[in-house]
Ligand binder design. Sequence first.
Ligand code: ADP
Length: 479
Amino acid sequence: MVSKGRPERPPVFGASSVPNSLFGEILDWMLAPLLLLWPISIAATHHVANDIANEPYDQALAENVGAITRLLQIEGGKVTISLPTQARAILHADEQDELYYQVRDSQGTLLAGDDLLPAPSGDNEPALSEVRFRDERLSGDPVRVAYKVHELEPGQRWVVIQVAETRHKREALASRIISGVLLPQFAIIPLAVVLVWLGLSRGLRPLSRLRERIATRRPGDLSPIDILRAPEELQPMVRSFNELMERLEENLQAQQRFIADAAHQMKTPVTGLRTQAELALRENDPAQLRDAVLQIARAAERAGHLITQLLTLARAESSHEKLHRLVKVDLNDLARDVASEWVETAQAKRIDLGFEGEDARLIIDGVPLLLRELLKNLLDNAIKYTPSGGRVTIRVIADDRATLEVEDNGIGIADEDRERVFERFYRVLGTDADGSGLGLAICREIAEHHRATITASAARDGIGIRVVVEFPRSGAPQG
Ligand code: ADP
């Protein structure tokens, strides 16, 4: 039912297992990946920027290797390099970077240039006539090296030429590229967060509107919510909500009917009480007065019985967890116990009360208090509707189900009434026995709570009635 609880969190949506808000949850799931991807994008930008910055400067470095190749000469079998002073100056004259060159022969002996530069080795094998590049450190500074193998005499003699350059220009260019790409992101990301926030608030607005509509309902309003006005994603929930409201409405109507019936039933004994009390007040004869008081006592007893039955029904109907927690119950034991309690009552009416049980335990999942109530009602009826000298038998049978039977050889119930006797306040006409018409309704309620079936059929030998309650055995699959 719609409660008058805190309007910001009505119970329909405020399930305690979901402590955080839907808004926050979606926001987290959108922003967390975004923030996680950011460092990855920075690393990728860095890598790409370095590649871009290397490209033009690598080309210049390769041209330097070519220039040195062209200056190589062989004089008297020795390799020399005629580097004019001007060219030497150009090689070293760079505003930002240091340039180094080196020529080694096939044995690794330095022929010209700076000895500092290590010879290519390992993965950095030089290729014939093809300029390759690698990164090195020279006196602690990172440098870019261009190198190649140059053949002086085909198949006989070759040299390795290397030109290296510190990375200042490249780093400056890479930094410019990185800041050009990343700086706008510092503005874009907060803007994206704000836009996501706004979008989410807007997107979740139908949910808030629906919540409003439920929260502002009148307490007794069980009318369905217009499903077409709810967004598609919420329609299944609205449908379930409407179904719940429908069931509540039915329940409420049943309860109202029950209260009206109960009040009507109470009226009879109370009216009787009042009439008899008025009669008694007018009576002077002590014997007549005593008779009237006796009638009052009987009417009061009937009213008391009706009230007890009403309370029992309310208890059987209640969905209170603690009251109705199912435990393992030995049906055989319970039935034998109740039977022994009723022997005296049966004897008082000269009725032979018998018990036919199983030798072994017969375990069902049940509520002992309710099971006793059920058997008590069946025995009460059997004794009440069986004439003196009759016979009542309680039977417990174990097969694929656990069966409890109460059979009598009394007045019986006509075929057409055997279903209806389980309805509330239904009594078969023509008996003068006192009763409320609630006993069997209570039994059915208790049976349903135990997923059991209850039926009334003819007794085995054709006279009287046999009420059969069939329980699922403990541990049997539900269904
Ligand atoms: P009540 O308080 O009237 O006995 P119940 O719900 O227990 O209410 O039973 C409903 C009606 O079913 C009774 O009025 C009675 O006519 C019939 N009935 C119940 N049990 C028996 C029985 N063992 N033998 C004959 N009639 C019975």
